[in-house]
Design a protein around this ligand. Structure first.
Ligand code: G3P
Ligand code: CA
Length: 341
């Protein structure tokens, strides 16, 4: 058993608990930030951005959010409207003026970085097996759009049929420097060594100011921070709630329960990251974070980007708490909430 497989087995146990079968990381947690750039920001404006620390500080200046202080992060693109991680979802997110396009990144069997969320390809394609067991050519043959039409007939569109899995390079080439990319090093226990080619690609495109890298995996972010300290980094966190005791445990043991986090815990994250991406609720409906937690993060100059928030009342409440961004499958809905405040 290779180290990769040992990690896979250990992680799988946690994942099955956190996510239910079929998915990988605390994925699809129904609830899950930042940046300074806007999707349609000009290259000149982008060039004027300060480094990521200044960015974080700017974003945290206000204790309560104004319209422009809350970043709209399109989760897997506008994935409530079109098949996730496809050009259709990205196009819709851009039409909806999302500030950031969120994409999960994994590695194919032949070493290409691709935008794909699940470890397994069966939920969103007509293929079977793990994404990392397939070459890019094999993955390009798959239909990543028809599942959406079957699952959501009211939002179906014939044009979604046959949507391709995209490489990160294709995404960067297609959408260019006027778009901001919020990419995740996903399931690093399966996708070993993705950090170096990812950072290299960002540097080759000159997209250090256009990219945020997020991860549940602290070592992945720390590795990236050591490679390039200009890229903005966000530590994702997922707490599981014991159904009998109510005790909260972060699935990768990065931090204790939110209420038990000390200054040292916040400072340890701030040492390599610029922000934190917590979720609001656990599967059983328990809310794992509150306003005090959000404000404490901000007191430590950390951006607060909560995932994945699709309900307007939750958007309103989190904005009132002072979050600096929200991941959402419905960027249009979040834009409406922000417009109406
Ligand atoms: O990246 C924030 C959020 O996307 C984390 O959840 O499982 O959708 O990647 P997941
Ligand atoms: Ca993600």
């Amino acid at each position: 058993m290779t180290i990769k497989h040992i990690f896979s087995v250990a992680a799988l146990a946690g994942l099955l608990t956190a996510c239910g079968a079929g998915n990988n990381e605390p994925a699809d947690m129904e609830n899950a930030e930042n940046g300074e750039n806007e999707v349609n920001q000009s290259a000149d404006e982008a060039a004027n951005n300060d480094d990521h620390e200044n960015e974080a500080n700017q974003e945290n200046e206000a204790d309560t959010a104004d319209r422009e202080d809350v970043k709209v992060i399109a989760h897997r693109g506008a994935s409530g409207h079109a098949p996730e991680s496809t050009t259709h979802a990205i196009d819709k997110a851009i039409e909806m003026d999302a500030d950031w396009i969120e994409l999960d990144i994994q590695i194919t069997a032949d070493g290409h970085l691709v935008a794909f969320h699940d470890d397994e390809i069966s939920r969103t394609t007509d293929g079977e097996g793990e994404i990392g067991d397939h070459t890019l050519d094999e993955l390009k043959e798959l239909d990543q759009g028809s599942w959406f039409n079957e699952e959501y007939p009211d939002r179906a569109d014939e044009s979604f049929e046959g949507a391709e899995i995209l490489t990160l390079e294709e995404v960067f080439e297609m959408y260019g420097e006027d778009v901001n990319y919020y990419i995740e090093t996903k399931s690093t226990y399966l996708n070993e060594g993705m950090e170096e080619p990812m950072v290299q690609m960002i540097e080759d495109f000159g997209y250090e100011e256009n990219v945020i890298i997020q991860s549940f995996h602290q070592d992945s972010l720390q590795e990236i921070a050591a490679m390039n300290n200009e890229i903005t980094l966000v530590q994702l966190l997922w707490w599981e709630v014991d159904e009998e005791t109510g005790e909260m445990t972060e699935w990768l043991d990065i931090v204790p329960a939110p209420k038990d986090m000390t200054d040292a815990d916040f400072e340890a994250i701030a040492d390599y990251a610029d922000g934190v991406g917590p979720h609001l609720t656990y599967y059983d409906g328990t809310e794992v974070i509150d306003e005090a937690f959000v404000q404490t993060l901000r007191d430590h100059d950390l951006m607060v980007h909560v995932y994945t928030v699709n309900e307007e009342d939750e958007m309103e409440r989190l904005i009132d708490w002072g979050v600096t961004g929200l991941f959402t499958d419905f960027p249009d809905r979040l834009q409406d909430v922000l417009d109406n405040r």
